[in-house]
Design a protein around this ligand. Sequence first.
Ligand code: UP5
Ligand code: MG
Length: 231
Amino acid sequence: MPAIPQIDPTSGAAPQIQPDIPLASTNVTPAFDPTKVTVVYILGGPGSGKGTQSVHLVQDYGFKHLSAGDLLREEQDREGSEYGQMIKDYIKDGLIVPMEVTVTLLKNAMQRELDSGKKTRFLVDGFPRKMDQAVFFEQSVCPSKCTIFLDCPEDVMQERLLNRGKTSGRSDDNAESIKKRFKTFVETSMPVVDMFEKEDKVIKVMATGSEHDVYTRLVEKLGEKDIHPVK
Ligand code: UP5
Ligand code: MG
């Protein structure tokens, strides 16, 4: 398995920002055994409600929630991070941060959770959103069980994001960044959903209507795939 570099600058191991990873490699063993660790992705456009629905899924299905965007924002704000400025620039422009940074943050967060003997079911929010990330994560970290895809029209997402932008303080909740995020989503992230769809691993849910309506639909669709609340 290719070593995933540590982000901590004191470790001396600087991540390769433009990695040359053999994406079609077949002799790679994932770091986590998918028979012991469950990974479910939750994907959807910016503002489709990934974070909002994740809160309910964590409560009812016993997942540990890992938002790639939140982990990146945390790393961006971490004192001494050598990636802070780069992450800031990518997020503001709605671009995908080089995958080794994001994969390392996710893998470390999973390892921490497993080391603490807590949850083994992970809801990975907003990742993978580029084909290279998807292939690399599936091969070297953990193959996913399925992908929840929140399907939402752009006008609805835009309204939600502009509304949130009044108070969120997020550098990308403004009209200019939102436009760039939508473009990246359509051109770069949708192919990932399409790939999982071909493998029949996508649970697609219409994400319009109230938060409660969306969650009701989601629970029903998960039930059809034999995924049930834990309590
Ligand atoms: N809201 C939610 N559901 C609603 C509903 N049904 N009715 C009415 N309002 C609803 O929701 C957004 C807003 O809508 C909130 O105000 C909410 O109350 C309301 P939220 O649940 O936050 O939606 P979400 O899909 O999570 O939107 P988010 O803005 O987080 O999506 P993004 O995918 O754009 O953001 P993320 O944080 O995942 O990524 C940000 C950036 O990080 C990316 O653009 C990229 O630059 C970078 N990134 C990477 O580089 N790599 C990665 O792997 C991941 C991220
Ligand atoms: Mg989010």
